[in-house]
Design a protein around this ligand. Structure first.
Ligand code: NAP
Length: 288
């Protein structure tokens, strides 16, 4: 068996063109231009690339964006003041604080300071709570991208055994929650694994859908995967052979039923979902 390649780039491109159409209609109907404010603290090269890609994607979809670049030695109070100013700026609909922040700043404090109605990353506890209850305002971008990929590739989740490796607040926990919630792209039976999980291979081999967000290059190998499983690789690592994921693609692809590549899998969908959330924030900002 050779796995079907789940082309996240192509799916993201379709979603981005849908968002561009919807944005253009929204602007014509309401005279409002959706706007994202991105906040970048410090000089982390990967973060700079991510923010640039997000801004370019906004531009292509007809969404305005502004970048606030701040020095790495910034005081936490100054960052909180900027977030507060953006919360009160009616022309800004979405606020994105690029992570990681310098260790001198409390990420939790900053993310909690973002107005939940502008929280397009969906990291604020209010939005996390709404997601858990199955009444989301925004869904977090990477998990939402994975769910959209499954839905649009017609991969059934209802009643299927899903294993998620990783329990981060950004990927593992929310994707596990979303796939277990009721509704389209949900209703799965989900197991979450982490660094304290015993007999990891035995559990992952039971997965019909295996989602890997562990942050270790090529960690998942063929002996961890059931024949015919759908494998979603969230990991991104720079290596001598270019970008690689958390899954050892060469050994897993021959036995998987379907698999995401790295690059070109989950990454492009994350950006597309940020656009979707920014447009939604603008839609929600209209008077009722
Ligand atoms: P993270 O915060 O570092 O979390 C990693 C998780 O993996 C933790 O829950 C950890 O368990 C678990 N883990 C570590 N070693 C393990 C082991 N030996 N066995 C089982 N579980 C283990 O990572 P993250 O933020 O979720 O990111 C994961 C990967 O996805 C990274 O490569 C990141 O760069 C990538 N990523 C990609 C996108 C995208 O758009 N494509 C977006 C976000 C992240 P403990 O909780 O017990 O420590």
């Amino acid at each position: 068996m050779t796995a079907i390649l789940l082309d996240g780039k192509a799916v993201a491109s379709t979603i981005r063109s849908e968002i561009a159409d919807e944005t253009s209609k929204f602007k014509a109907d309401h005279g409002v231009v959706p706007k994202l404010a991105a906040v970048l603290v410090g000089e982390d090269p990967a973060s700079q690339v991510y923010v640039r890609n997000k801004q370019r994607a906004c531009e292509a979809a007809g969404i305005d964006s502004e970048l606030h670049r701040l020095p790495g030695d910034l005081a936490e109070t100054q960052l909180l003041k900027l977030v507060s100013d953006l919360n009160h700026d009616a022309s800004v609909h979405g606020i994105l604080v690029q992570l990681p922040l310098p260790s001198t700043i409390s990420t939790e404090k900053v993310l909690q300071a973002v107005n939940p109605t502008k929280d397009v990353d969906a990291f604020h506890p209010e939005n996390v709570g709404r997601m858990v209850q199955g009444k989301p305002r925004f869904l977090p971008c990477t998990p939402q991208g994975i769910q959209q990929l499954l839905i649009r590739q017609q991969i059934e989740t209802a009643g299927r055994r899903v294993v998620v490796i990783g329990r981060s607040d950004i990927v593992g926990k929310p994707i596990a929650c979303m796939l277990g919630n009721r509704g389209v792209g949900g209703d799965a039976t989900v197991t979450i694994c982490h660094s304290k999980t015993l007999e990891l291979n035995t559990i992952t081999r039971q997965a019909e859908i295996l989602i890997v967000a562990i942050g270790r290059p090529k960690f998942v190998t063929a002996e961890m995967v059931q024949q015919g499983a759908v494998v979603i690789d969230v990991g991104i690592h720079r290596s001598d052979e270019g970008l690689v994921g958390d899954v050892d693609f060469a050994s897993v692809a021959p036995l998987a039923g379907a698999i995401t590549p790295v690059p070109g899998g989950v990454g492009p969908l994350t950006v597309a979902m940020l656009l979707k959330n920014t447009l939604r924030a603008a839609q929600l900002s209209l008077p009722a």
